[in-house]
Design a protein around this ligand. Sequence first.
Ligand SMILES: Cc1cc2nc3c(=O)[nH]c(=O)nc-3n(C[C@H](O)[C@H](O)[C@H](O)COP(=O)(O)O)c2cc1C
Length: 163
Amino acid sequence: MSELIRLVYASRAAFEPVPVKQGVEPSVGRILMQSRRNNAHANIGGVLYFGDGYFFQALEGERQAVNQAYRRIAADLRHREVTILSLKTVSERFFADWSMKYVPAEEAVKQFIRSHNYQRFEPLKFQETEAEALIELFHSYGDAGAKIKKKGGWFGLRKLFAS
Ligand SMILES: Cc1cc2nc3c(=O)[nH]c(=O)nc-3n(C[C@H](O)[C@H](O)[C@H](O)COP(=O)(O)O)c2cc1C
């Protein structure tokens, strides 16, 4: 087995987000569906956060598979300024149960931003340590209530759109 890596990047959405009261912004929802389908096949996973027009994502898995997915993602016209914040060899995956965890963590992110002296969510400016700290926060996010942790599939989506 080749090395496991975790790649964390941020980017700016190229579309104007539709305001949603509950659930997931529709373009982001489509990205999640694609991610879950493809990542499950490629045996990679991770976490995605979308806030203030920015994406913040971790991809985990074998080096080659993560690189392959990242190349495809970076070329996607739905975002730009795709910026790698951290790339590390890891001994285990944080998001091993997820083809792509989605975290509606607005309040937690607000607190994180304040405690790191940012005015708003500007992940393109994050230092490596800040990116890694936020990923750790997302790692534990929602654990209390999250009983259904399926790799992609219908349960994941039901839970996603219900929350
Ligand atoms: C912010 C963002 C995150 C994405 N994350 C993933 C991902 O984790 N896995 C994936 O396969 N595609 C992801 N995509 C979509 C890919 O860029 C690409 O559209 C998709 O993999 C093509 O899949 P298809 O060949 O099945 O249509 C992401 C796109 C964006 C804009």
